[in-house]
Ligand binder design. Structure first.
Ligand SMILES: [Zn+2]
Ligand SMILES: [Zn+2]
Ligand SMILES: [Zn+2]
Length: 261
């Protein structure tokens, strides 16, 4: 792609691991009529130069792909291997049928190993009578990944005691699950137009950032705009946004953002 081409980011899901509404919950946010309070599991689709890159395959992926009318999945990037980020992987099969070929899948060594265990049948060498996704796994080490002319740089994040990765591409970055952004990763996040970041709720959580902590990250990194994601049912969309600075918004399912390439 050329620098003048734009990148379109579609939020497929902005919710935490159980989604919003949460099964069985009768709280005000779970019963809200505001469509922005209906949050599927967290993922984005990145479209540029006629290509589509998917970040994570949530348990809601089929529904998300239909709703967003996703036309292509030319590569998949995994942030980490937690269930809310990987469990929809089997549902990429229609993209194999329609596009032909094999879809490259990138993740950390740890994430790729976990995905190969969880979906062992996809990677079994033997013949099968059923259809299974056609994927090629690649472990990344932190170096930028060139996908169809756009570089995606893995950004290491602390996710409680574990590690997750965000990705920077062009002047945008998507940092889901994290409790902290390590100092060396902050350097990769200078000069952003758009920054997506984890903001689970107000109350502290061992593995996730909060609204307050993510506001501090926004202040340090000074992106043009920031969008919070991985949101739980503690945060109603309208009443939370009222108290945020105007360049910081809550992401919502279906939100589309355009960024310069
Ligand atoms: Zn998550
Ligand atoms: Zn609730
Ligand atoms: Zn996680």
């Amino acid at each position: 792609m050329t620098a003048s081409e734009s990148i379109r980011i579609t939020v497929l899901g902005s919710g935490t691991s159980v989604g919003v509404p949460m099964i069985g919950c009768r709280c005000a946010v779970c019963r809200s009529d505001d469509p922005r309070d209906k949050r599927l599991r967290p993922s984005v689709h990145v479209k540029f130069g006629g290509r589509g890159v998917l970040i994570d395959t949530t348990p809601d992926f089929r529904q998300q792909a239909l709703r967003a009318q996703i036309e292509r999945v030319d590569a998949i990037l995994f942030t980490h291997s937690h269930a809310d980020h990987v469990m929809g992987l089997d549902d990429v099969r229609p993209f194999n049928y329609q596009q032909g070929g094999v879809i490259p899948v990138h993740g950390s060594e740890e994430a790729i190993a976990a995905i190969r265990r969880s979906f062992h049948y996809i990677f079994d060498e033997g013949a099968t009578e059923s259809s299974r996704p056609r994927l090629a796994t690649h472990a990344f080490d932190g170096a930028p990944i060139d996908l169809y002319g756009l570089e995606f740089t893995p950004v290491r994040l602390n996710h409680g005691k574990g590690t997750a990765f965000g990705f920077r591409f062009g002047r945008a970055a998507y940092l889901t699950d994290h409790s902290d952004i390590p100092e060396e990763s902050m350097e990769l996040l200078a000069g952003l137009d758009v920054l997506f970041l984890d903001a689970l709720r107000h109350k502290p959580h061992p593995t996730h950032s909060t609204v307050e902590r993510s506001l501090q990250s926004v202040e340090k990194l000074a992106p043009g705009r920031a969008f919070f994601t991985h949101i739980c049912h503690d945060l109603g969309h309208a009443c939370t946004e009222e108290r945020l600075p105007s360049h910081v918004r809550l992401a919502y399912d279906g939100l589309e953002i355009e960024v310069a390439g």
